[in-house]
Ligand binder design. Structure first.
Ligand code: ZN
Length: 285
């Protein structure tokens, strides 16, 4: 079970959200049978999306973070709800590279889609300056949302390449904030250890958030559990197949005995026989 904590400075100008995403990242590595390199990249995406999701206001709000950097892993996508429950997908889960940055690549965009139940979702996009996920997200908030925000993300592996600790935190400054507070915050952040190391040393998300806000009268606002959760179902998969249209559906039903649809987020396979497909066609009339 992942854990998210949000803390606020005394004056209300600095907000910090921290997550222990160890279980979430271990689960995504298992579901996607991901290489260590992909786990390191997708795990960062999951932790970040979860933190960003926790900033959404209402039940039903959803957020998608997508990076297509042209690197060997292909497009990375993470979708989170307003409680930070998250699911992810990646182009090639077996890809490998020297480090996360070269795995992700830097030739492409970061896209953030916020679906807040309005007619049109909010879509923000910036070109990638690097394959460093935390840095790119920090830039996104500065450019696209004009909200100074710093991300720190990290994954620690054990000797057998299993996820030992994973998580991150985001610190957001909501003006007006005194220069003194900003300086204190900068100093705090420069003194923070790597997130994986902190979690391994027993730092809870509460302790991490309060350390980031040290000297600023930080107080815990709320905390809750978040998990890796895919909301796919046979019904939804049927709807996706139906959306292909009658012609395509009939073609699939006639050409092959079974049609298999694999969920990109959890690798679950849904098998439809020709009979199933023909029934769907009849129902559609
Ligand atoms: Zn699924």
């Amino acid at each position: 079970m992942g854990k998210i904590v949000r803390a606020l400075s005394e004056t209300g100008g600095v907000l910090c959200a921290a997550i222990d995403a160890t279980d979430i990242v271990a689960e995504l590595a298992r579901l996607h049978e991901a290489s260590s390199a992909v786990t390191a990249a997708l795990g960062r995406m999951a932790a970040a999306a979860s933190l960003m999701g926790s900033m959404l206001k209402y039940e039903g709000d959803r957020l998608t973070v997508r990076i297509n950097g042209g690197g060997p892993c292909g497009t990375l996508t993470a979708v989170a709800d307003y409680r930070g429950n998250v699911k992810c997908s990646v182009g090639n889960s077996k890809a490998d590279a020297e480090d996360v940055e070269s795995l992700v690549g830097s030739d492409g965009q970061l896209t953030v889609i916020k679906d807040m139940g309005l007619k049109e979702p909010y879509i923000g996009q910036i070109p990638l300056s690097s394959g460093n996920i935390a840095r790119v997200l920090t830039e996104y908030y500065s450019i696209s949302e004009q909200l100074p925000t710093v991300f720190t993300l990290g994954i620690l592996f054990d000797n057998s390449a299993n996820v030992k600790a994973a998580g991150g935190y985001m610190v957001q400054v909501v003006p007006p904030v005194s220069e003194k507070s900003v300086n204190t915050l900068d100093e705090n952040l420069s003194k923070m250890d790597e997130i994986g190391k902190m979690l391994e040393e027993g730092f809870t998300p509460e302790k991490i958030a309060l350390k980031a806000l040290s000297g600023l009268g930080g107080e815990i606002l709320d905390e809750w559990e978040a998990v890796y959760h895919c909301d796919c179902s046979r019904d939804r998969t049927e709807q996706i197949l139906m959306s292909l249209g009658r012609k395509e559906l009939a073609k699939l039903a006639n050409e092959q005995e079974t049609t298999e649809v694999c969920c990109h987020f959890c690798n679950k396979k849904y098998v439809f026989t020709s009979d199933d497909m023909l029934k769907m066609l009849k129902r559609e009339i």
